[in-house]
Design a protein around this ligand. Structure first.
Ligand SMILES: *[C@@H]1O[C@H](CO)[C@@H](O)[C@H](O)[C@H]1NC(C)=O
Length: 362
């Protein structure tokens, strides 16, 4: 063999083995990626695949300690029951502040960030920034007579008419949920397989005793409405996993067309009633029935913030060690005098998780 040919053969071998090494390492990265979805359907879906050009995130947030908010709550309800500043349904534990930090840290591919509020801004928020957009209830409610509202079912039942600037597909967070580690679009949506769904172990309807709790009652009520529309084996009627939701305009329009009267009724209830639509449950039933969906392994972690300081220290340490993809920290502190030590511990936890101050904070 001429020497020049020999050199070409060697170069060729190096080139081929380079490709092989690159491919095997690349494959490993794919497999190890924390954002991989585990369960894809084996075949192409037969149902319609929702189209998402890009994905936004929508928050609902309220500062229930704001004296103006307390006044309008009291006026609207005609009772003191809703008026305590600490009422934990409305209390602000800085969840939104750190959750917004978590979006840019762990889900930078999310395009626009929207916060739905009752004409309030957080005190730490720089209103001159243009990275976070606020939508006030009065800007998107079809029926302005339904305002002011203090009912999350009402707020969510108007999502079909969110401003058109909001993407057709969006992740929905309450202000007590944040991203705890990197997430990929495939955790929520895949252009080939459709929408990822996350079910809770609970199915509807739960027992009458459970339905004494208004949240279960709303789901049972919504389940009855669904049964009037189409028959489904009850054991397949799952609650939506408590945590993030993924919503699309197309499904909302479809639900609204079928249940317009119910949407209007729920919208008009300023406080929760047992006959409200429960939107995440309704949405899950609709999207599973009419559209292509797939079920990745669970990503929502849920914890209750309680007054026991030692217990909460352990809980926060556990979250920091496990880093679930989404974390819901539900306010279970005492309404009248929450343990201040726990609130301080929570802030320390958040600062450790998300230390970098973004441009939209003062
Ligand atoms: C909520 O309102 C209270 C009272 O006006 C204020 O002290 C507090 O800083 C507000 N919290 C946020 C996060 O805006």
């Amino acid at each position: 063999m001429k020497r020049i040919h020999f050199i070409f053969v060697v170069l060729g071998l190096i080139w081929i083995s380079g490709i092989a090494i690159y491919m095997s390492s690349h494959q490993q990265v794919e497999i190890k990626s924390p954002t991989n979805v585990d369960t894809y359907p084996p075949n192409k879906p037969t149902k319609k695949v929702l189209q998402c050009e890009y994905i936004d995130i929508v928050y609902t947030w309220v500062n229930g300690s704001d004296p103006k908010h307390i006044d309008s709550r009291t006026m609207r309800s005609g009772s003191k029951r809703h008026s305590q500043p600490g009422n934990n349904r409305y209390r602000d534990l800085m969840g939104l502040k750190y959750s917004l930090r978590s979006v840019r840290k762990y889900a930078p591919w999310i395009k626009n960030i929207w916060v739905v509020s009752a004409s309030q801004y957080p005190t730490w928020f720089d209103e001159t920034n243009d990275e976070i957009n606020f939508i006030f209830h009065k800007d998107y409610y079809t029926n302005q007579d339904d305002l002011p509202t203090f009912n999350s079912n009402s707020i969510e039942s108007n999502f079909y008419s969110l401003p058109k600037e909001v993407s057709d597909c969006f992740i929905y967070f309450n202000d007590d949920i944040f991203f705890g580690s990197p997430v990929a679009m495939k955790d929520f949506y895949d252009p080939t397989y459709g929408q990822a769904i996350y079910k809770s172990g609970w199915t509807a309807p739960q027992s009458k005793e459970k339905q004494a709790n208004i949240w279960h009652a709303c789901i049972a009520y919504t389940n009855d409405l669904l049964n009037n529309l189409w028959e489904v084996d009850n054991k397949n009627r799952h609650y939506a996993s408590h945590g993030h939701q993924f919503f699309t305009r197309e499904v909302f329009e479809r639900m609204y067309n079928d249940l317009e009267g119910e949407f209007k009724k729920t919208s008009a209830n300023p406080f929760r009633t047992a006959h409200d639509l429960q939107i995440p449950f309704l949405y899950l039933a609709y999207v599973s029935r009419f559209y292509a969906t797939y079920e990745p392994s669970p990503i929502n972690y849920y914890a209750l913030i309680m007054d026991d300081h030692e217990k909460m220290k352990k809980e926060f340490a556990k979250i920091l060690a496990k880093k679930p993809k989404t974390v819901c920290l539900n306010d279970g502190l005492s309404p009248e005098n929450p343990n201040v030590k726990v609130i301080e511990e929570l802030e320390k936890f958040f600062e450790k998780y998300f230390p970098d101050k973004p441009s939209w904070e003062l």
